[in-house]
Design a protein around this ligand. Structure first.
Ligand SMILES: *Cc1c(COP(=O)(O)O)cnc(C)c1O
Length: 399
């Protein structure tokens, strides 16, 4: 069934916080200070299911509970299956650990030459600059360290990280992540970007952030000026469901775009949230309308207590098949599995090719129709013009 745009489409506004002065509401520090971080606070606004209550009790040993008022407004409090609710409110499933799961499922710690710096690929590094986020996704790939609920005591070593990058001329691409890099103060962020820009071999700088989605108020003109000054800075935002595409997010993306920041999106395929071709299609189409190019859909990492989010990979492939050819090519992301243990991101795509030999490639299109592309060259031994006249049109046409 096509995904129906609901009343909340594009509109968010102050919702439950009508009584707050607009100046406070639109101040990102107010949003952070007034996050919902306890069962008691949640219960002021909604009735939790027993599963959620049990989850909340366990949450603080795993990954802190925190939701910005802005994002909390997106939750349908009457619907336990609300896709925003399922992402943000802990459930008892978090306490169920499976044998396949790992604390550091991507082997990041073993690929870190310096605390907070992951050097997995030859030409680029992942630089974790903080362990804090504006709000916490219950399926977080870095639950082990983010929010410090598991006493991991993550301390990013900026100076050591920068010196490592300076000393490694093969690093041409630096990805700032965390936690959420946009939680750093403008001053700290500017310092980091200035230092990175000063390294001659660093030609590509990008930021991975969910702040435009959780806290669009953080995308201030002053922040955008920093991106302009040190640009090009690319950004991967993180949106999983069309309901997250509010007017506020759209405006924030516009401010970033106007500051010259190219935007991509990373989604995680999540059970009961976006494991549906119609929902995903609505999401990627809305992203394009916000100047955001869908970049990756991730298969859920094997984090501890995450199995209630896990989707069958065949379902993910089916979703990509439902997008490719059926909507704008720009809207179709790469579906990847980040290989457990640290193999990097590997695309898992629908198979269109049926056969490749020295003579031909046989493949199917988005409608399932079969085509062949010859790899042979059969000379006709005739003058070009004469030959062209003689080639039956049918021979040029794929059947
Ligand atoms: C995802 C990731 C990158 C960036 O990968 P791209 O495919 O270039 O977006 C770099 N390093 C690490 C460790 C990563 O996990």
């Amino acid at each position: 069934m096509p995904y129906q745009e609901d009343r909340a489409a594009w509109f968010n506004g102050q919702g439950l916080w009508q009584h707050i002065p607009e100046a406070d509401w639109s101040d990102w520090t107010w949003q952070l200070k007034n996050r919902l971080t306890s069962v008691e606070q949640l219960e002021q606004y909604m009735v939790l299911t027993p599963e959620e209550k049990a989850g909340c009790e366990f949450a603080n040993q795993k990954l802190s509970l925190a939701i910005t008022p802005y994002f909390f407004n997106l939750i349908d409090r009457d619907n336990p299956h609300c896709p925003i609710r399922l992402q943000m409110i802990p459930r008892s499933g978090e306490a169920q650990i499976s044998a396949e799961e790992m604390l550091d499922s991507l082997g990041e710690d073993s690929h870190s030459p310096v605390p907070g710096l992951v050097h997995r690929y030859p030409d680029r590094v992942l630089f974790l600059v903080t362990d804090r986020c504006a709000a916490y996704c219950r399926y977080c790939t870095r639950s082990r360290l983010v929010s410090n609920a598991q006493h991991y005591d993550f301390h990013p070593e900026y100076e050591q990280g920068l010196r490592y990058i300076e000393a490694h001329p093969e690093v041409r691409d630096v990805l700032l992540s965390g936690g959420d890099p946009l939680l750093l103060s403008d001053k700290k962020l500017e310092h980091l970007l200035a230092r990175l820009r000063g390294i001659k071999h660093v030609e590509f700088i990008r930021i991975g952030s969910r702040i435009p989605t959780f806290l669009p108020q953080r995308i201030t003109p002053a922040l955008c000026d920093i991106f302009k000054k040190y640009g090009p800075i690319w950004m991967s935002i993180h949106v999983n469901h069309p309901r997250e595409c509010t007017q506020e997010l759209k405006d924030a993306c516009e401010r970033l775009s106007y500051a010259g920041v190219p935007l991509g999106n990373q989604s995680v395929l999540l059970k009961g949230i976006n494991d549906d071709a119609d929902v995903m299609k609505a999401l990627v189409q809305r992203l394009l309308r916000m100047r955001v190019r869908p970049y990756y859909i991730y298969q859920m990492d094997l984090i501890t207590g995450g199995s209630h989010f896990k989707v069958d990979v065949r379902k993910g492939i089916e979703i990509i098949r439902a997008l490719r050819g059926h909507t704008t090519g720009y809207a179709v992301p790469q579906y990847v599995i980040d290989a457990p243990g640290g193999g990097g991101k590997v695309p898992v795509n629908p198979d269109y090719v049926e056969k490749i030999t020295d003579e031909e490639v046989v493949f199917r299109n988005f409608e399932g129709k079969q085509f062949r592309y010859p790899l042979t060259h059969t000379p006709l031994h005739k003058p070009v013009e004469e030959a062209a006249r003689e080639i039956p049109i049918e021979a040029l046409r794929i059947h």
